[in-house]
Structures are given as structure tokens and as C-alpha cells.
Design a protein around this ligand. Structure first.
Ligand code: ADP
Ligand code: MG
Length: 321
């Protein structure tokens, strides 16, 4: 199978590569063409996943396809952008029809779930790696950046944290547990669901936002720096799933929620007056702290004591638990 046959069979033929809204020209020419409405800006983000670094060398290609798009599309949600399309640069050590078919199916499932079209890419031979670039649209000036947090805002997250990091020992076959817990944690790792609806609901309301990929404390540091403020995270308010609490002892679970990576939930700052409307609209908003004067991020206990841990970011495949 040559490069062009591969592209045609597995990618151009996929349902997610067929014509769709916002896409004037898809796979097959030198460039794809996107139509951007007047008064809108294009939001663009790219992410690379390398075998052995971001995922195990041997893994289910269907799940890998889902994850590759999910983690990239999450950046659109974090900007409050509407998802439109994505490109895929695929580097493969060899060509296996079976592998490609499963990978393309996983990618397609996530694309359909996110309402995104595959509009192009590149296919090369080499060590397995995937680069996904995503495109979305946002009304001009309405994108949620990291730079607008104000003293007095609430610090919030879009759901329980730590499941992605909690899943890692399972992904790496280092540990096992009962089926329902395994399933819940692995689903969060292999099929991260970008919080598009929340991102849209936060437009014009949140003062800063990002998606948590490197761990809550590390990523909050980006908001603190860009906004010139200090973020206080209240340790006892950080939400964690039942699955994480069942799998890990309390300290491990908290560590995964604070410093583990791969959450792909939104973290954002919100003027207190905006909270009630978002909750009434059914948005998943969990208040975990506040914005104060100063710089950096601190974790505080119920007495307001600083209990910030020394390590903050998760390093893939480095720790063996
Ligand atoms: P060029 O030589 O002009 O860069 P290519 O031969 O690399 O074009 O690709 C031909 C067409 O197939 C282009 O439209 C490109 O975007 C698309 N394409 C290549 N690889 C992929 C892929 N892995 N997934 C989706 N589209 C792809
Ligand atoms: Mg090319």
C-alpha cells in the first residue's frame, strides 16, 4: 500500500472527512480551505503525541485515535471556540491495514462526537508519532485567554480531577483493580471529552481559562503569570471522582488531582456574580479557590495554611507507582 492509497482508504474515505460546515475544501488539494464568518476569529492549536512518551509503544490504535483528537480539541474548548476541523500528520514505522483501520475508526468517532472534519494532513515513515492541528471559530475578541483573571474572582474547574493520572498505572499495566473502577479511569484517559459546551457558556463571563493538561497547580501557574495575580487553591474543595478515590489512597488521589496530568478539564476564573447563572444553566462549575493579589499559586488547607507540595507537574512514564 502506497502513501496515496493509504490516505484515500483510511482517511479521505472516513465519514469525518466528508464535506461539512465551515469547510470549503477538504482533503485532496495542496491546501484545505476554511470559511470563516465575518466577525469571527480562527482559533488554532497543534499537539504532538509521540510513542513511548505520550502513550505506550504498544496500545490499542482505536483508543489512540480517539485520544489524539480529544487532547487537541480540548484546547479549542479552553478558548471558548466552536470546533470546525482538524489536520493529522501521521508518522508510521510501517503500514498495517489493521492498525490504520482501527486508528481511523477511533479518530472518526471522536471527530463525529466533536463535530469536527478531517481536512488534511501528512503521512510519513518513521517512529510512530501523531500531530493533530485543530481549527475553531470564536467571535472576534471573545476568546477566553489566560491573561484576564482579576483579584476577587473565583477559581473554578469543570469537573473532578486526577482521573487521567490515576489511569496511568492501569494504562501501563502496573496495577489492576475491579472492573468498574478500571473502566471509569481508562475511559477518562483514552477518551478525554473536550468541554466545548462549558467553554461556550464561559464566553463573556470567565476572565481567564485554560484546559488542564499538565496538572492543576502547574496549569494554574500559567493563569497566575499571564494575569499578574496569585491563585489560592483550597485543598479540600478539589473535586475527585469516586473511581479515583476507590483506586488510590487519599494522599495519592489528591496528588493525582493536584499535580497529575491528562485531565483535559477546564480551569477558569470567574467574577462571583457570574456563578449562579452558570450553575442554573447546569454547567459543571466547581469552585476551588480564589484570585488574590500577588503572584504564583498556593495550595491552602482549611485554616488557610500554605500546604503547597514541592512537585507540581506530572511527568509521563517517569514515576512507577
Ligand atoms: P502535498 O504533497 O501537496 O503536501 P500530500 O501528498 O502530502 O500533499 O497529501 C495529499 C492530500 O492528502 C493533501 O490534501 C493532504 O492534506 C492529505 N493528507 C495527507 N496525509 C493525510 C492524513 N494522514 N490524513 C488526512 N489527510 C492527509
Ligand atoms: Mg505533504
Amino acid at each position: 500500500m502506497g502513501e496515496f492509497e493509504l490516505i484515500r482508504n483510511y482517511f479521505a474515505a472516513a465519514p469525518c472527512a466528508q464535506p461539512g460546515e465551515g469547510v470549503a475544501l477538504g482533503i485532496g488539494d495542496d491546501c484545505a480551505l476554511l470559511s470563516v464568518a465575518a466577525g469571527e476569529q480562527l482559533a488554532i492549536s497543534t499537539d504532538t503525541l509521540v510513542a513511548g512518551v505520550h502513550f505506550p509503544d504498544v496500545c490499542d490504535p482505536f483508543l489512540l485515535g480517539q485520544r489524539a483528537l480529544g487532547v487537541s480539541a480540548s484546547d479549542l474548548a479552553a478558548m471558548g471556540a466552536n470546533p470546525i476541523a482538524f489536520t493529522l500528520a501521521l508518522t508510521l514505522p510501517d503500514v498495517s491495514g489493521e492498525w490504520l483501520q482501527a486508528f481511523a475508526r477511533g479518530l472518526n468517532d471522536m471527530a463525529q462526537g466533536c463535530s469536527m472534519r478531517l481536512i488534511g494532513g501528512d503521512t510519513t515513515r518513521g517512529p510512530l508519532s501523531l500531530t493533530v492541528t485543530v481549527f475553531g471559530a470564536v467571535p472576534s475578541g471573545m476568546a477566553l485567554t489566560r491573561g484576564g483573571a482579576q483579584v476577587g474572582d473565583l477559581l473554578c474547574v469543570g469537573g473532578p480531577l486526577g482521573d487521567g493520572a490515576g489511569a496511568l498505572p492501569l494504562v501501563l499495566n502496573q496495577r489492576s483493580t475491579e472492573a468498574s473502577t478500571t473502566q471509569a479511569l481508562l475511559a477518562r484517559y483514552w477518551s478525554p471529552q473536550p468541554q466545548f459546551e462549558l467553554g461556550l457558556a464561559l464566553r463573556g463571563k470567565a476572565t481567564a481559562a485554560l484546559d488542564i493538561s499538565d496538572g492543576l497547580l502547574a496549569d494554574c501557574g500559567h493563569i497566575a503569570l499571564a494575569s499578574g495575580v496569585r491563585l489560592l487553591v483550597e485543598r479540600d474543595k478539589v473535586p475527585m471522582s469516586d473511581a479515583l478515590k476507590a483506586f488510590f489512597d487519599p494522599d495519592e488521589a489528591l496528588n493525582a488531582a493536584l499535580s497529575g496530568g491528562d485531565d483535559y478539564r477546564l480551569a477558569f476564573t470567574l467574577p462571583p456574580s457570574r456563578l449562579a447563572d452558570l450553575l442554573a444553566a447546569g454547567q459543571p462549575v466547581f469552585v476551588i479557590g480564589q484570585v488574590v493579589e500577588g503572584q504564583g499559586v498556593a495550595l491552602i488547607d482549611e485554616h488557610g495554611q500554605d500546604v503547597t507540595p514541592l512537585t507540581r507537574g506530572y511527568q509521563h512514564f517517569r514515576e512507577t507507582r
